[in-house]
Design a protein around this ligand. Structure first.
Ligand SMILES: NC(=O)c1ccc[n+]([C@@H]2O[C@H](COP(=O)([O-])OP(=O)(O)OC[C@H]3O[C@@H](n4cnc5c(N)ncnc54)[C@H](O)[C@@H]3O)[C@@H](O)[C@H]2O)c1
Length: 254
């Protein structure tokens, strides 16, 4: 741990930290001095936490009461709470007409309700001033993209929660922001990245012409969680290789 990192003396919760963007974020915050609680339902979260010198908590965040358990665990371990990173989520949504009740419940419960509940549990305990909430939305929660309705609606909800709470909490010294990743190479996208349709529909239109890495998203989350973002509130920052701003048309055949 560096002697004086941006997060020295700060305590953070990172959800979905067993792998992917959450693991990279927990590692980045810890490397810059934070004490980190890594919360995830996957058993790998315990080893991940140990490797970072953090605290691991295996929990299904979609269950009622989970938010309170996560916050109490962080307070017991660290005695304070400065940063909440709402990252846990599931992918693989379907067109709405193919989405049964269970699928809709799963996406809204995990990707939206769990975020609202954990955030509600954390707010009373966040440092004032200096508290930070950074949530992971998606480019699909900003631009319409066919076939992902339940996922996209949940991610749009996170973006709106961010604007809503930014206005309520900035006067108390708590900054609320979000990132909207594009295609990032993680377990969530592994199945699609080799798929020709996905490559043509999503990767080729991306001005940077490649998928992003979890570390590239973690760097922006860390910025938003830090004092460097002292005058940023209510923003949903795309980390998408330029996809939202300047999608390229398909290349001509041949
Ligand atoms: N990978 C991408 O291209 C991409 C793009 C846009 C947004 N996102 C968002 O980024 C976040 C992280 O995704 P990732 O790509 O790192 O995916 P990932 O599947 O690698 O990691 C997600 C983590 O969340 C955990 N999780 C899921 N549901 C949970 C629950 N109910 N309780 C506890 N833990 C739970 C999983 O166990 C996993 O460790 C998600 O919110 C995702 O929607 C990802």
């Amino acid at each position: 741990m560096p002697e004086q990192g941006r997060f020295t003396g700060r305590a953070a919760i990172v959800t979905g930290a067993a792998r992917g963007i959450g693991a990279a974020t927990a590692a980045r915050l810890a490397a810059e001095g934070a004490q980190v609680l890594l919360a995830d339902q996957a058993p790998e979260v315990m080893a991940q936490a140990e490797a970072l010198g953090g605290v691991g908590l295996r929990i299904d965040l979609a269950a009622r009461g989970a938010g309170e358990v996560v916050v109490d665990t962080a307070l017991d371990a660290f005695g304070r709470l400065d940063i909440l990173v709402n990252n846990a989520g599931i992918g693989g949504s379907k067109p709405l007409l193919e989405s049964d009740d269970d699928l809709i419940d799963r996406f809204i419960d995990t990707n939206l309700k769990a975020v609202l509940r954990l955030t509600r549990a954390a707010i009373p305990h966040l440092a004032r001033p200096g508290g930070r909430i950074v949530s992971v939305s998606s480019t699909f929660g900003i631009a319409g993209y066919p076939g992902t309705t339940a996922y996209a609606v949940a991610k749009a909800g996170i973006a709106q929660m961010t604007r809503q709470l930014a206005g309520e909490l900035a006067p108390e010294g708590i900054l609320v922001n979000a990132v909207a990743p594009g295609v990032i190479e993680t377990a969530m996208t592994k199945g699609h990245l080799g798929n020709d349709y996905y490559r043509r529909a999503v990767l080729e239109p991306t001005p940077l012409r490649r998928a992003g890495t979890p570390e590239e998203v973690a760097a922006v989350i860390a910025f938003l969680a830090s004092a460097d973002a002292a005058y940023v509130a209510g923003q949903v920052i795309a980390v998408d290789g330029g996809w939202l701003a300047a999608r390229h048309p398909p290349r001509e055949a041949g």
